[in-house]
Design a protein around this ligand. Sequence first.
Ligand code: ZN
Length: 272
Amino acid sequence: MMGGHHAATGAAAWVAVTSTAPFAFGWYEGVSHTGVVAGALVCAGAALLPDADHHSGTIANSLSPVSDAVVKVVEKLSGGHRKGTHSILGVLAFTAIAWFLSLLSVDTGIDGVGTVLIGPGIMCVLLVAFALKALKITRDTKVLPWTTSVTLAALIAVFAPEEWFWMPFCVALGCVVHILGDLITTNGVPIFWPLKFKSPRWMRDGRGIELDSFWRRGGNIALPILGNAGSVREWILLVPISLYAVVGIVWALLNQMGYDTMPLWEQVTAWV
Ligand SMILES: [Zn+2]
C-alpha cells in the first residue's frame, strides 16, 4: 500500500476505535474529542512506522535529519524492507518503545506547568511529521514539518496533557493497520518474522491447489484482494476510508467547540 493510503487507514482506524460518534465503535474508552483529533494524526503517522525500514521511503526525509537517522537504525535492525517491521514482533517492538517513551517526563519546576511528559511529546512530533509528509500536507521538507508537528505536540502538552495515556495503544493500532494494509496486496507480509515458513514445492508447481498467491514463495502471507500496491482497487477503497477519517475528525472538532452534532446526524440518516 502507498504511504498516503497507510496514513489515511491509520487515521480512520483511530476514529473507528476511539470516537463516540454514532458511526464509530468507541471500543477504546476515555479518549476526549481533542484526543480523537490529535490521535488520528498520531495514528496516521504510526501507520507509516513499519515502512521506516526503507531509506528512500516517505519517512526517511520527513523530518531531516532526525528521521534519516531513525530509518537507518530501523533498516539495520529489521533486516531490510518488508521484513521485521511487518511482523508481530515488529508491532510488539514499536509498542514497547512507545510505552517506554510514554514514561519519560521532566519536572520543569514552573508553577502551573509542573511535570511535562516529554516522551509522548517527542513521539507526537515525529509521528505527526510522518503523517503530514505522507498526506502531502507539507511538501517543504526543511522547516514546515518541524514547525507544524512541534506546534501540535506543544498544544497537546499544554492544553491536554492527560491525553497521552493512549500513545502506546495508538502506535500499536497504527502498526497493525499498516500490516493489514500490506497483507491485502500481492507481496503480502512476513507475519512470523524472523521465522520463515516457505511454502511447499507442490503448492508452486501448478499441480496442487493454487495457493501460491496466499502463501508466497519467500514465506510471506498475503490475501491479495487489492492486487499490487498502488492499484486502482487500492485507490477506490481509499476514497470511503479517507472520507470516514475526515468526517470523524470534523465531528470531534465540532463537539470540542460545543456544537451539538446529533440533530445533523439524525437529519442525514433520515435522508439516507
Ligand atoms: Zn509496508
